[in-house]
Design a protein around this ligand. Structure first.
Ligand SMILES: N[C@@H](CCC(=O)N[C@@H](CS)C(=O)NCC(=O)O)C(=O)O
Length: 216
């Protein structure tokens, strides 16, 4: 197989990069990585030298470029034949909740930017933010309750849906979301996960700080 290279942003702040990176790790793909520091004068030029969308993550596979986190997860799932639940019903729900994450929760994403190494941050909790938190709690409870018996993940075994929600777990951990017991157990599984621990350790050693993302 041609070599895979994943182009990502800062580990501490780039939530979309984390999703693609976790999916590749969990699906057992070997890949090189290129890290581009976000929020620098040459960030845009650097990203554009790889990515037609001007955004990371981007996956290079030989001559092929795949951009956008969810497209990369789908591509990794095609390469490996894994990454989505095997039952059609569970797979449909996994795709639904992944798409809901990918296209939604704008308030959560803007009010609580991912800041992997930060703890004990506190912000105003608006009604819109509370609604996003409650909906995510509902999704995690629903997936765990209906499909989670085979393991600690949303659909039992690890799936793309877990990669899509991983940055939300980091946000809840940083800003202290009030969530249900089931959601807290799910968060613990995500935080203890070995690839996530690897990402968190590396994010601590990054030299960059983005002031606009340091909230709370
Ligand atoms: N929908 C895209 C969003 C990607 C995105 O917004 N990435 C951010 C970093 S997390 C980015 O590249 N920003 C460009 C910049 O900071 O210059 C995806 O799912 O991959």
């Amino acid at each position: 197989m041609a070599a895979l290279t994943l182009v990502i942003g800062n580990r501490n702040y780039s939530s979309w990069s984390l999703r693609a990176w976790l999916a590749l790790k969990h699906l057992g793909l070997d890949f090189e990585e290129i890290v581009i520091a976000l929020d620098h004068p040459d960030t845009h030029d650097q990203i554009e030298s790889f990515s037609p969308s001007g955004r990371v993550p981007l996956l290079r596979h030989g001559e092929l470029s795949v951009w956008d986190s969810l497209a990369i997860c789908e591509y990794a799932a095609e390469l490996t034949g894994s990454g989505w639940p095997s039952s059609r019903e569970a797979r449909a729900i996994a795709r639904s909740v992944s798409a809901e994450m990918h296209s939604g929760f704008a308030t959560l994403r803007s009010m609580w930017p991912m800041n992997a190494r930060a703890r004990n941050r506190h912000t105003v909790i608006t009604a819109a933010l509370e609604a996003d938190i409650e909906r995510i709690d509902e999704i995690w409870n629903d997936c765990r309750g209906r499909f989670g018996t085979g393991g600690p993940w949303l659909f039992g075994e690890y799936s793309v849906a877990d990669a899509m929600y991983a940055p939300v777990v980091l946000r809840f951990n940083t800003y202290g979301a009030r969530i249900s017991q089931t959601a807290r157990w799910y968060m613990a599984a995500v935080l203890e996960d070995a690839p996530m621990q690897d990402w968190l350790q590396s994010s601590k050693h990054e030299p960059w700080t983005i002031a606009a993302e340091e909230v709370g």
